[in-house]
Design a protein around this ligand. Sequence first.
Ligand code: SF4
Length: 239
Amino acid sequence: MREPLRILAKNIGALALPDFCPRCFWLKLKARNRLPFQIFPGIFSSIDAYTKRVVHTWIDRNGGAPVWLKGLGEVTGYIDPPHHSRFYIELTEYGGVLLTGAPDGILTLTDGSIAIIDYKTAKYTGTQDRLMPMYEIQLNGYLLIAEHLGIGNVTKLALVYAEPVTDEETAAQPEIHSDEGFVMPFSISVHPVPMEPAKLQPLFQKAREIYDLPEAPDGRSGCEDCKRLDALMLLARKL
Ligand code: SF4
């Protein structure tokens, strides 16, 4: 068997986006996600990690989830999400694919099943979120992995949006101040995600086909960035 294509559930999800670019996908896979000019502000990851700690410490103290997570049903506890090095499934079909990732949260429910959630520090726009097709595939990928590893019977998938509340009235509240600084409240929205793991199968096939191409395929029509890159490279050669 060929070397398996190791891919994050989120990156498989990119194949489901309407503006998917096979060239970008190929380049990211070949460069193992180490592309220049890919700076993502760390603050969002910090807030996602903080949201997870807030939920876990609340469950530790109260034996159930905070009211703002009631959209998930009756939560009884949580399972610490495994590191991505232990959270994967190897598929021998499709020429070999190793699907991996790290879910933000795994919560246990009253019937003994589990819910897998992903935290998003962002304004909740429902299905208007341009990246929703990618998130849906990402969570369904986690479902496949969790069930394969025997972590539990997955009965719920959800995105938990934490939106900063930044209006003037909130900013004027004396309670937000302390001697150390100020606090910013977050408004929570739970977005249920359909459980449709079968949707991943054609994406595994497509990912493997693109990865196996000997050269980068054409980019997305209408995207000007590759043309700008070509122009920059031409300029650099002349200097
Ligand atoms: S066409 Fe656009 S999206 Fe595709 S590789 Fe080039 S810059 Fe990336």
